[in-house]
Design a protein around this ligand. Structure first.
Ligand code: ZN
Length: 128
């Protein structure tokens, strides 16, 4: 079990972002969707703006902060990805098992959830 001390030693420099990430983890917002028998994994984090698709091996997150700040090197991580890292360390995440045959429909519903706020954000930008 990873202690709070170890976490703040490793991620403490993220300050407020670490607090947000810890909150996500303690609320059980980090979810692993595991598909059987292939063992394929989809990680999602439920944040303020809804579900985000996250992958710390890439790294990738579907949120706006990642897109606008991280990909342009203004920031190195978003709080969803940080939450995922913390959750993997502390093993505090929801494991949900699915059959491989459910993979396309689950992925589709996650992507739909992600696209909705992005569309909205784009519209408000046009108004400005
Ligand atoms: Zn994110």
């Amino acid at each position: 079990m990873t202690s709070k001390k170890e976490l703040s030693a490793q991620y403490g420099h993220y300050g407020e972002k670490l607090d947000k990430a810890l909150k996500l983890v303690s609320k059980g917002s980090v979810k692993l969707h595991k598909f059987l028998p292939s063992g394929r994994e989809i990680w999602t984090v439920v944040g303020r703006e809804g579900d985000q698709l996250v992958d710390d091996s890439q790294p990738y997150c579907s949120c706006g902060h990642f897109y606008y700040q991280v990909l342009s090197n203004k920031d190195d991580i978003c709080y969803h990805l940080l939450g995922l890292k913390v959750a993997k360390k502390t093993k505090e995440f929801d494991l949900i098992e699915f059959q491989d045959s459910e993979y396309p429909s689950l992925l589709e519903s996650i992507l739909k959830d992600i696209a909705k706020p992005l569309r909205k954000a784009k519209n408000t930008e046009n108004i400005k």
